[in-house]
Design a binder for this molecule. Structure first.
Ligand SMILES: C[S@@+](CC[C@H](N)C(=O)[O-])C[C@H]1O[C@@H](n2cnc3c(N)ncnc32)[C@H](O)[C@@H]1O
Length: 315
């Protein structure tokens, strides 16, 4: 076992040893997980991607006008599909293009950076294969008059409230006064719409959830039997979050050799694999301003399903 492997699995040991077992959502994203996420984005039930894409199509030009020439750091960039809408707006405005995608999935990051270089030959790219925090600490000096950190796709909803506050503070400390933060957020809405988005008829979300166990098996020499777990997703209306679990269908013992970890499951025990918090624009605006991130403009769809907030770092 290398120190690196053990270091990278400490969160797995902590999560699976806790009374409420949990795993960090970053373990969804091996190559297959990234591909399954792309399929989720196309599902009829999964309104967030469609809705945020439509908002970006309508307002990216306005965002570019507000920020002026600006380099874009994107956290959790994935396939950079939505980012292209923003990049096109900056290109159409005649601004130089500089894009700094950050993603924990290095295969997805490399593939999309290579495609982007072909599509935008004049663009400079600085890709960082990392989790968010180390990447924010490792950003190169700014080369354009402003910088915008984009965190779209409502990925912020995967952070627990305390993690979210620490994350916003980190963003604020990384930005210089006058720089921008673009935040995409899934908004509170009817439970039936939310629950069907995470329980699609084709079972793609279930496959995505279960794939996390396959990823752990490969990374840490585990023996999770995927047939012994089921995907469960429901809305917790008190906490205003979708909770996604892997439920044990039987009493079983799982071993992760690399981590020297043995985990016992009773039938019905659940691993919390993801929360997806649903926000109110007012609450998040208050939270942003407490981190010196002033809301410049809010863009939404007509049904107020999704919000895109452009913020500026205040002194
Ligand atoms: C929900 S997807 C969103 C992708 C894209 N931004 C979008 O809006 O469609 C989350 C992305 O963040 C990446 N990711 C998840 N946790 C991460 C972490 N802790 N650090 C860096 N990237 C992470 C995943 O690999 C994935 O590409």
């Amino acid at each position: 076992m290398s120190d690196d492997q053990l270091e990278s699995g400490k969160d797995v040991i902590a999560g699976l040893s806790a009374e409420q077992k949990s795993l960090p959502p970053k373990y969804f994203y091996d190559q297959r997980g990234s591909e399954l996420f792309e399929q989720i984005c196309e599902l009829p039930e999964y309104y967030p991607t469609r809705t945020e894409t439509a908002i970006l199509k309508e307002y990216s030009g306005a965002i570019a006008q507000k920020t002026g020439p600006c380099e874009i750091v994107e956290l959790g960039s994935g396939s950079s599909t939505k980012s292209r809408i923003l990049l096109n707006a900056y290109q159409d405005a005649g601004y130089p293009l500089r894009y700094l995608p950050v993603d924990v999935s290095d295969t997805m990051l490399t593939e999309s950076a290579e495609k982007l270089l072909q599509e935008y030959p004049a663009m400079s790219i600085w890709a960082i294969a990392s989790t968010y925090e180390p990447a924010l600490n490792a950003l190169p000096p700014k080369q354009l008059p402003a910088r915008m950190i984009a965190f779209i796709g409502s990925t912020i909803g995967n952070l627990q409230p305390a993690e979210c506050e620490a994350f916003l503070e980190n963003i604020s400390e990384t930005l210089e006064v006058g720089d921008y933060f673009l935040l995409g957020l899934d908004l509170q809405k009817e439970t039936s719409i939310l629950e069907s988005a995470y329980n699609d008829a084709q079972g793609v979300t279930a496959a995505f959830n279960l794939n996390m166990l396959r990823h752990l098996n490969r990374q840490f020499e585990g023996n999770f039997d995927l047939a012994n777990f089921a995907h469960v997703a429901s809305y917790n209306s008190q906490k205003k979050q979708i909770e996604m679990y892997l439920e044990s269908l039987t009493a079983q013992t799982v071993r992760l050799e690399v981590l020297d970890l043995t985990v016992e499951f009773e039938m019905g025990d659940r691993i919390l694999s993801e929360i997806s918090r649903k926000f109110s624009l007012e609450e998040i605006a208050n939270s942003l301003s407490s981190h010196r991130l002033k809301v410049v403009e809010i863009f939404t769809d007509t049904e107020q399903r999704f919000g895109l907030m452009l913020c500026q770092k205040a002194s």
